[in-house]
Design a protein around this ligand. Structure first.
Ligand code: NAP
Length: 283
């Protein structure tokens, strides 16, 4: 039976540390504040927004919602970003993606002030991750994966890691974060040949593809640690990960469940980034 790598204790530890920083900033007259830009009414965005608001409130972090209609124009979205950039009382911005068809997402992301990029969406933050320079913040979910490994004492130094999925939000940055911790990383994707063997050979496997319960016994090996980043809804309407949990759990050493795994750490990392951004903006 695998150890369950629950997200809650990891998120709680991050929030305890963040709470102390928020308290210090508040006594100095700065309330860390997050802007949330949502275009349209996607249920998964709304649900994430709700949990981010709850977390923020519990920590004394302010939230400023910028909710735009599904048919908002590129100029409308850029105007919201400009307001956020100019408002000294806002320290970080969460932008839900993908943006509706027809919007130039790269242009919107690059319009955000790098100092307020708490979710690693600007080229500058991503360059920090890829160049290992520590500039800006990595994408929160990628950082959440690293936090879980650290919290549960899973060694990355010299470990072989397979990352399945190569998006800029998760796969690529988590690969770079683990590489900078001296893991040997194989970055896999939809064209990778013999994916089951690549996964079986790894000590740690991060699945981030958005394919409900797609990875089964042929991908797993005894002693492995599995981080399941996928958040999917199955045919019966239940939330599930990318991994067939019931097949993996009796075999592997440790696994994150879905829900109650990586997702619950992501909002905690976001809050820490907002508090750190407020500390470095100092206003
Ligand atoms: P994405 O942008 O759609 O990227 C999916 C990646 O999976 C792509 O790189 C794709 O490869 C790869 N892929 C697709 N089919 C594959 C296959 N058969 N074999 C191997 N690789 C395959 O998705 P994303 O934004 O990274 O999100 C991935 C999942 O994480 C989703 O379920 C999302 O809901 C979840 N998520 C979770 C959190 C959290 O906090 N836990 C946060 C954000 C997202 P190609 O590049 O070759 O197409």
């Amino acid at each position: 039976m695998a150890d369950l790598l629950l997200g809650k204790p990891v998120g709680d530890a991050i929030c305890a540390e963040t709470s102390a920083l928020v308290e210090k900033l508040t006594t100095e007259g700065v309330q860390p504040t997050l802007a949330i830009v949502r275009v349209g009414e996607r249920p998964d965005d709304i649900s994430y927004e709700r949990s981010a608001c709850r977390r923020a409130e519990s920590l004394g972090i302010g939230v400023r919602p910028f909710t735009l209609p599904q048919d908002a124009s590129q100029d409308d979205i850029l105007a919201a970003i400009a307001t956020i950039n100019e408002d000294d009382s806002i320290h970080g911005c969460l932008l839900f993606r993908p943006l509706p068809k027809g919007i130039d997402e790269a242009a919107v992301c690059s319009a955000l002030s790098p100092a307020k990029d708490v979710d690693g969406i600007t080229a500058g933050s991503l360059a920090g991750v890829f160049m290992d320079t520590g500039i800006g913040f990595p994408p929160c979910t990628a950082q959440a994966c690293v936090e879980i490994l650290d919290h549960y004492g899973v060694a990355t130094e010299g470990a072989s890691v397979a990352v399945v999925g190569r998006s800029l939000v998760i796969g690529k940055p988590v690969a770079m974060l683990l590489l900078s911790r001296n893991a040997t990383v194989t970055l896999c994707h939809s064209r990778s040949r013999n994916l089951p063997a690549l996964c079986q050979e790894a000590d740690i496997v991060v699945y981030a593809t958005g394919r409900p319960r797609a990875y089964s016994l042929e991908h797993f090996a005894e002693g492995q640690t599995i981080l399941d980043v996928g958040i999917n809804v199955d045919d019966e309407g239940n939330l599930c990960g990318d991994v067939d949990f019931d097949a993996a759990e009796p075999l592997v050493a440790a696994i994150t469940p879905v829900p109650r795994g990586v997702g619950s750490v992501t909002t905690a990392v976001l809050m820490r980034h907002v508090a750190q951004a407020a500390a470095s903006l100092g206003r």
